[in-house]
Design a protein around this ligand. Structure first.
Ligand code: ZN
Length: 333
């Protein structure tokens, strides 16, 4: 048994309480490799932003759970080296799909886990979440649960259509399970194709797709039912057009990729939403930077010469999200 406390990590409890009161949201960035992790820590150390490092099932399969755990431990030390005296870093399991997986993460140093029973019938979701909460809380590990189904694909999490969270269920669910935060569905979704073109309107001036707005009325009802309770938004990348354009003009093919407009996320961050998950945007930043090097310097074959610029681009992206969208800068001094 390795406790997250020994690794210098923190759970989400105090972090979320502060964020809900302060009207900002904590960034939850996924990582699978060293360059992403370096970029996340650099951006958070520079801006003194608390951060949630997320490991998905796909990341565990790709990079190995043990290695990722040691990377997170290294990240705490790296943050201190960068001059961040008291780094507030959470290591979080994204979309845990079984009690056994959550238990194994608790035992190997994760400070937070998500149990995603959202595809199960309501009562089974309650029972599974409750079981995970009971185990995790014994070790001070916080638990995120999910109600409602998001559309889209995030690693192996796939759903055909989205079902908004039912506000009338949230009080019963949170009371019965004892979860620490709740992921809800209000129209965000996983991946770089959050909406089909027929769901969008076209801006007559630019010809770009404009996605439908998030269901803020549902969020408001949930906030009313659960005052001060931490709410989580998954699938909240904005799919920046400049990255999509660079990718498409440098040999890539991402036609009609659409994300959630940043002004809507800014509005959500000011509400009870205190954790916003961003993964696709960092993938796009990385891909755009690498494609650019490959086109501009076809003779380049030193990975540092294309992963380096990709890392720099991700630092810019993460810093932008922290400062201009989530408002979490300066909250972990
Ligand atoms: Zn998700």
């Amino acid at each position: 048994m390795v406790s997250y406390k020994e690794l210098g990590l923190v759970n989400t409890r105090a972090m979320f309480a502060k964020a809900v009161k302060g009207g900002y949201a904590i960034p939850a960035f996924n990582f699978n490799n060293m360059e992403q992790l370096q970029a996340i820590i650099k951006a958070c150390a520079d801006t003194k932003s608390p951060v949630i490092l997320q490991v998905s099932k796909g990341a565990r399969n790709y990079a190995n759970q043990t290695l990722l755990r040691y990377m997170a431990e290294g990240a705490v030390q790296y943050a201190k080296e960068l001059g961040w005296k008291r780094p507030q870093i959470v290591l979080h399991l994204d979309h845990g799909d079984s009690y056994e997986l959550c238990k194994s993460c608790v035992q190997t140093g994760f400070s937070s886990v998500m149990i995603d029973g959202s595809a199960l019938p309501y009562d089974e979701n309650v029972a599974l979440t409750k079981k995970v909460v009971r185990y995790a809380h014994r070790f001070g590990v916080t638990v995120e649960a999910e109600l409602g189904v998001l559309a889209g694909v995030e690693d192996e999490v796939a759903a055909e259509e989205s079902h908004y969270t039912k506000p009338e269920e949230v009080v019963d669910f949170v009371t019965k399970t004892g979860c620490d935060s709740l992921a809800i569905s209000i129209g965000t979704s996983h991946g770089a194709y959050k909406f089909k073109p027929e769901q969008c309107t076209r801006d007559p001036k630019t010809g770009k797709l404009v996605p439908p707005p998030l269901a803020f009325d549902v969020l408001k009802q949930i906030e009313k039912k659960l005052p001060g309770f931490p709410i989580v938004l998954h699938g909240s990348s904005s799919v920046p057009q400049e990255y999509v354009d660079i990718i498409n003009t440098h040999g890539g093919k991402l036609p009609d990729a659409v994300g959630i407009p940043e002004e809507q996320l800014r509005k959500a961050a000011k509400s009870a939403v205190c954790k916003i998950n961003i993964d696709s945007d960092s993938r796009l930043a990385m891909t755009a930077a690498i494609r650019k090097v490959f086109t501009d310097k076809p003779g380049e074959f030193d990975p540092r010469k294309y992963l380096g610029p990709a890392r720099d681009e991700m630092v810019k992206l993460y810093t932008h999200k922290i400062v201009n969208v989530l408002g979490s800068d300066g909250k972990a001094k």
